[in-house]
Each structure stands twice: as C-alpha cells, then as structure tokens.
Write a protein of this length. Structure first.
Length: 124
C-alpha cells in the first residue's frame, strides 16, 4: 500500500472525513436545502441528540487514522457501514448529493481492495 496513488486516495479520504466529521460539531459548512423526506430524516437524527455526534466522532477518528497511516485496515472496516449509509441516504433521499457519497464509497472500496491481503483471514 505504498504507491503514490494509494497514498493520495488514503489522504484524500482522510481529509474528507475530517472535514465532514468536524462540521457536525462546528457547522462551518452549512447544510444544503434537502428534499422533504431527507430533511425529516436528518431532523430525526438531530433530535436524538447523539447519532450525528457519534458519527462525527467516528469520522474524525477514522480520518485521523487514515491521514496518519495508523491502523488503516481497521479504519476502513469502521468506515464501511458509514459509507454505505451515506450512499444509501443520498441514493434514496437526496439524489443531488450522490456524487460526494459515491466518491467516499469508491475511495473506501479502492483502499479496501488495495489492502485485501490483510482482510483475507477474516473470510477463512
């Protein structure tokens, strides 16, 4: 996993996660206008008081792990369900935001593919 391409993908994904994770606490990027169903869903997550905070903390931790190249394989496994949920949210509730969701899922998939030998023991 030492190629320049892999390093670029890992750092790019880490920066994206850090920015969006920190944004859940600092709100420096305003949320775009969401379709009605997506807005209701996001409002319900906000009303729980903890879901978006937990996701934000995880995104920051995973982003930092990717940027620092510490426990990268573990970070990608933690990210997999988050990236799938981001993708499904945009696919079913907010189609205009699908491009960023696809980017996150593809970057995650590329890195998992590159690290596949580390995951092989999980499937034996």
């Amino acid at each position: 996993m030492n190629s320049q391409f892999t390093k670029l993908v890992r750092i790019l994904l880490g920066i994206i996660l850090l920015v969006f994770g920190l944004n859940k606490f600092l709100n420096f990027i305003p949320l775009p206008e969401l379709p009605e169903n997506a807005g209701k869903f996001m409002d319900s997550l906000i009303e729980t008081g903890y879901v978006l905070k937990v996701v934000g903390v995880l995104e920051v931790i995973i982003g930092a792990m990717l940027i620092s190249k510490k426990w990268t394989a573990f970070a990608l496994i933690l990210l997999a369900p988050i990236s799938i949920n981001i993708l499904l949210f945009h696919l079913f509730l907010d189609l205009p935001g699908l491009s960023v969701a696809l980017l996150i899922a593809v970057l995650n998939g590329v890195l998992i593919y590159k690290l596949w030998p580390q995951y092989k023991p999980l499937f034996n």
